[in-house]
Design a protein around this ligand. Structure first.
Ligand code: NAP
Length: 261
């Protein structure tokens, strides 16, 4: 059976842990050459080792999404290493757990949290689009089909609002509109852009921060009686990045157990 990402070269940001690491493992298992990236070389190289042990191809490139030059270097080094880039999964983000605003209300917001959220989640998103699009366009074959693709990870909380975490919601909301914007500008040149909007997913960082009350509250709003796993997001990213999604662009796929919050 042919693998679904054979001959693809995929940058997956924030793949040193959580959803990004699961997506990197899945993409490599489907034949992609994967660039694992994040700030932590130790965790990134551990993901690379795991992929290589399973027979996949992966390479770690350090990148701080809060730094324009670092993002530019990520794309340059990835093209230098593998010759081209055909997919980008924009997953890395300053989460509310990382910035420490998980239980903050808007009246408690401080400038440090806001600045680091804007730097990584908004500027980082835009700089990564700016520097990766030329590489994707160089790899695109628009006359055949839109084979090159961007998938950005959004969050379902930005669709309906939820209490607390104001900097997180405000800086994750642009993900969906930027994917629609890129899809309309670049579809004719062979690049698709879609969003995967996540509900609560049991990553290590979420499990570490989640109270049992919070878990029960989310389950109470889900149509399905269980929470998502990192592999559920990896599967959605795989589908949207594969040729099976060749006629899908500018859309948001909600992977949230039917959450109604
Ligand atoms: N888990 C959920 O329930 C959930 C729900 C909705 C949306 N999401 C979204 O899913 C994505 C991943 O979340 P997760 O739960 O997997 O979190 P996670 O395990 O904490 O992973 C976050 C990743 O982002 C990277 N990252 C953070 N800041 C960075 C920076 N400045 N530069 C480069 N990389 C950076 C981290 O790498 P380093 O530490 O190595 O830099 C890490 O690999 C995020 O976009 C989040 O908003 C998650």
């Amino acid at each position: 059976m042919s693998m679904r990402l054979e001959s693809e070269v995929s940058i997956i940001t924030g793949s040193t842990s959580g959803l990004g690491a699961a997506t990197a493992r899945r993409f490599a298992a489907e034949g992609a050459e994967v660039i694992v990236t994040g700030r932590s070389a130790e965790r990134g190289n551990a993901v690379v080792d795991e992929i290589q042990k399973d027979g996949g191809a992966a390479h770690f490139v350090a990148c701080d999404l809060g730094d324009e030059a670092s993002i530019q270097a990520l794309v340059r080094d990835s093209v230098g290493r593998f010759g081209r880039v055909t997919n980008v999964v924009m997953n890395g983000a300053a989460t509310a757990t990382e910035t420490g605003e998980r239980s903050l209300s808007i009246t408690e917001l401080d400038n440090e949290i806001l600045e680091s959220s804007i730097a990584t989640n908004v500027r980082g998103l835009l700089w990564l689009l700016k520097y990766s699009l030329p590489a994707l366009l160089a790899a695109a074959r628009p006359a055949e089909e839109a084979t090159t693709s961007i998938v950005a990870i959004g969050t379902s909380g930005t669709r309906n609002g939820a209490p607390g975490m104001p900097a997180y919601w405000a800086t994750k909301a642009p993900v969906e509109v930027m994917m629609r914007s890129v899809s309309s500008e670049y579809g004719g040149r062979g690049v698709r852009a879609n969003c995967v909007s996540c509900g609560l997913i049991e990553t290590e960082s979420e499990l570490g921060a989640m109270t049992s009350e919070f878990r029960e509250m989310v389950l109470g709003m889900n149509a399905l009686p269980y929470l998502g796993k990192p592999e559920d997001i990896a599967a959605a990213c795989l589908f949207l990045s594969s040729r099976e999604a060749r006629y899908i662009t500018g859309t948001t796929l909600c992977v949230n157990g039917g959450a109604s919050f």
